[in-house]
Ligand binder design. Structure first.
Ligand SMILES: NC(=O)c1ccc[n+]([C@@H]2O[C@H](COP(=O)([O-])OP(=O)(O)OC[C@H]3O[C@@H](n4cnc5c(N)ncnc54)[C@H](OP(=O)(O)O)[C@@H]3O)[C@@H](O)[C@H]2O)c1
Length: 323
């Protein structure tokens, strides 16, 4: 089958590690279901995989991709919840399972004509969502949903700052936050993407690092090193910084510890979401009419073009691939 997969790791030139070609379809383990992929979506996670982050050489070649929607062999239209848990984990919050992985980390991913997932990970796709829209949701949108409503515990009327405007996570956070009655501010490296975020629903857009008119209740930061100090400085006393990613790198020149304890702030790590949160996210979209922004839709065979746009930061919203 056709798939986009990593054949090696290249920290400096991730496109060198990518192959888009025929690959032997992986076996379907007992208790797993095969889904014929109608649409898959890219995440920055896939770029990190090509750079070798979280994907050791002994797991290569590895089909990339966490997100897909498609059809089961018995004709059900589904979307795949991508967190594969340890069956022995007893807790009810999958993100606390120390042995969890995402599709494409330990098991083959979604950028292919077909993907396999545990039966409990195959969730009914609401008829109101297209395959392309549903395929955008499992990683970026689920992470934004949990970051806003569980990790930051935001309420209607609160103010949230989203660092970065153009990405899949950032556009999801802006759309969900606006629909939930929050005041939404974003930053961006380009005025064009800040303006597009305002058109999407943000109340104001600022240049990266710009001083804000007021302090905020919470910041969602997926950028990491480049925005950390601004995130800390933008919070009101008692505010929450939810960190979900390190697109610009994880090494901080200044962790701002004095401000964190003196204000006093809370720093909260957040990753993906539970299956129950994923089902609530689907219902949220159906109830509100909010839909993912799709930057572009490409044939799976042209996956390299989508990866190049993501590596260059030349996108607004999600990149969808169709087999
Ligand atoms: N913890 C989790 O489970 C989880 C889930 C989803 C995503 N993530 C992480 O979140 C990050 C974003 O993922 P994504 O798929 O949304 O990626 P993406 O679509 O490539 O978006 C990248 C985002 O980062 C901003 N950005 C990049 N470099 C920047 C810099 N140097 N300074 C300021 N802003 C910068 C961009 O904003 P502008 O271009 O508008 O400035 C854009 O919003 C990744 O690190 C990813 O691994 C984590």
């Amino acid at each position: 089958m056709l798939a986009a997969y990593a054949v090696t790791a290249d920290a400096d030139d991730p496109l060198e590690a990518l192959r888009v070609d025929q690959i032997e379809p992986p076996a379907v383990p007992d208790g797993w279901i095969e889904v014929s992929v109608r649409a898959a979506a890219l995440n920055h996670h896939d770029v990190f995989s090509l750079r070798g982050v979280g994907l050791p050489a002994d797991r290569l070649p590895m089909i990339l991709g966490c997100d897909a929607a498609g059809v089961t062999s018995d004709g059900r239209e589904v979307v795949v919840y991508p967190v594969v848990g340890d069956p022995l984990f007893g807790g009810d919050d999958e993100t606390y399972d120390p042995r969890r992985s995402l599709l494409s980390e330990r098991y083959p991913g979604t950028l292919a004509e077909a993907v396999r997932a545990p039966a409990r990970n195959v969730v009914a796709k609401p008829a109101e969502l297209s395959f392309a829209e549903a395929a955008c949701l499992p990683t970026a949108w689920l992470t934004a949903y949990r970051a806003l409503f569980t990790s930051a515990d935001l309420r209607p009327g609160d103010t949230v700052l989203v660092q970065g405007a153009g990405g899949g996570f950032a556009t999801a956070a802006v759309s969900l936050a606006r629909a939930a009655g929050l005041r939404v501010w974003v930053t961006s490296r380009t005025p064009e993407r800040a303006e597009r975020a305002v058109a999407l629903g943000a109340h104001a857009g600022f240049a990266s690092g710009e001083r804000l008119p007021d302090r905020v209740d919470a910041v969602l930061d997926s950028v990491g090193a480049a925005t950390w100090s601004h995130s800390i400085n933008s919070l009101r006393p008692g505010g929450r910084l939810v960190t979900v990613g390190t697109t610009s790198g994880p090494d901080l020149p200044n962790a701002e510890l004095t401000k964190i304890f003196f204000r006093p702030l809370r720093v909260i790590g957040s990753t993906m979401g539970t299956r129950a949160e994923f089902e609530r996210l689907l219902r949220f979209l159906v109830a509100t009419g909010v839909r993912p922004v799709i930057d572009r839709t490409l044939p799976l065979a042209d996956a390299a073009d989508g990866f190049a746009a993501m590596i260059d930061g030349d996108l607004f919203g999600k990149i969808v691939l169709e087999p």
